[in-house]
Design a protein around this ligand. Structure first.
Ligand SMILES: *Cc1c(COP(=O)(O)O)cnc(C)c1O
Length: 395
């Protein structure tokens, strides 16, 4: 399909033109590869935006889905649902927190957390978020976000939300006080350009929490469930959140999100305070259980950690000889950003023409989110192709 055809497609009759579609007609996926209708194979290194942790068409996930489909697809939250309970138990054990609310998406998990915070802290206290933060697209989540491009045209937003500079210790120290209800933190900002929270920043946040006792929310919608080589990004730091948001990879490709709360906040919501028709869908939870089974089995996450480091090292080698183009390489495990000194759309296209799919975020940053099952061979192939592109480039 030509680019012009895609534009036609996009502007055509049936869908709102809100997505910038790639010019590929996908037929199916298997493992780390996507295949187009003409049979071309693509190495998918953004895995459905961090959703397909186990790649495509994982047999056991499909089996878990099929088994649940035949029991019931939906019964409503009027009934206790076994896959929900089992998944909640696993998430509680993994996170060290206490109880779970299931939603259908990341933004709904954020919304649930916002309601909880307001119920605890009342209407006046301030919620702190950071520059370039991303917490979703619905009104509450959007109001928390730190990217103007997402918020412009949509005022009025929720009040009493303040954005501070990410990784800026001084601004934290100056602005967090008794009137702080909560702080929303991505330990690694995904949409924001794969920016990693610095240790001093987290230490400062930690000591401010001890002083002012605000609610710390970790948004791990993108970084959770093994993406960074540990269960959660916060496991790399010496700081456990009060509320934890997960989504993306947790449903094995089906819509699922969760707000996980610590013991202190497990009784804030009473019956009727919050809810969702589809939240915690049995099929999505059954898929999620199998995702956790596989992500936390054997040496998979150790591989993500060591291969992630190896990957960054190789990318830094490319940076050494191309420092006129590559400004920075950063990340953790299998969330890696390569910042360029220019928009990355051209490079993304070059990769696609060589059968590799990567994503571009915050204009200048190539975002690499390989499936967690990727091997050294896949990474070496990626580096080889990147090198070729750099050698042939005219930019
Ligand atoms: C993707 C994302 C969200 C929003 O999740 P949706 O499922 O798209 O609503 C929220 N926070 C972070 C950090 C994300 O990466």
């Amino acid at each position: 399909m030509k680019e012009s055809e895609v534009n036609l497609y996009r502007e055509s009759k049936y869908l709102l033109p809100i997505y910038n579609r790639l010019p590929l007609k996908i037929s199916y996926g298997k493992g780390v590869y996507l295949y187009t209708e003409d049979g071309t194979e693509y190495l998918d290194f953004f895995s459905g935006l961090a959703v397909n942790a186990l790649g495509y068409s994982n047999d056991k996930v499909i089996e878990a889905i099929e088994n649940q489909l035949r029991k019931y697809i939906h019964i409503s939250n009027y009934y206790v649902c076994t896959p929900q309970v089992e998944l909640a138990k696993k998430l509680v054990n993994l996170s060290g927190l206490s109880r779970v609310f299931f939603s259908n998406s990341g933004t709904e998990a954020t919304e649930a957390s916002l309601k909880l915070i307001r119920k605890v802290a009342g209407p006046e206290k301030r919620i702190i978020t950071f520059s370039n933060a991303f917490h979703g697209r619905t009104y509450g989540s959007m109001s928390l976000g730190g990217k103007d491009i997402i918020k412009q045209n949509f005022s009025p937003l929720l009040p009493n939300i303040i954005q501070l500079e990410f990784n800026d210790l001084e601004s934290l120290d100056k602005n967090i006080a008794m009137n702080t209800a909560a702080v929303y933190l991505e330990f690694i900002q995904g949409e924001g350009g794969v920016r990693v929270a610095s240790n001093p920043f987290i230490e400062m946040l930690k000591s401010l929490r001890e002083k002012y006792n605000f609610i710390l929310v970790a948004d791990e919608v993108q970084t959770g469930i093994g993406r960074t080589g540990k269960a959660f990004a916060f496991n790399h730091y010496n700081l456990t959140p009060d509320l934890l948001l997960v989504a993306k990879a947790i449903g094995g490709g089906l819509p699922l999100g969760a707000l996980i709360v610590n013991q202190q906040y497990e009784n804030v919501f009473n019956i009727g305070d919050h809810g969702s028709t589809f939240g915690g869908n049995p099929v999505a939870c059954a898929a999620g259980l199998e995702v956790l089974n596989q992500v936390f089995r054997g040496t998979l996450l150790e591989n993500v950690l060591t291969l992630g480091e190896y990957f960054q090292k190789q990318l830094n080698n490319l940076k050494l000889v191309n420092n006129d183009l590559i400004v920075d390489v950063r990340g953790m495990g299998f969330i890696i950003g390569v910042e360029l000194n220019q928009p990355c759309s051209k490079l993304v296209e070059d990769f696609r023409h060589r059968n590799i799919l990567v994503n571009c975020t915050s204009k200048n940053t190539i975002r690499i989110l390989p499936p967690l099952i990727s091997t050294k061979e896949h990474i070496d192939h990626f580096i080889r192709i990147f090198k070729q592109i750099l050698e042939e480039r005219v930019i």
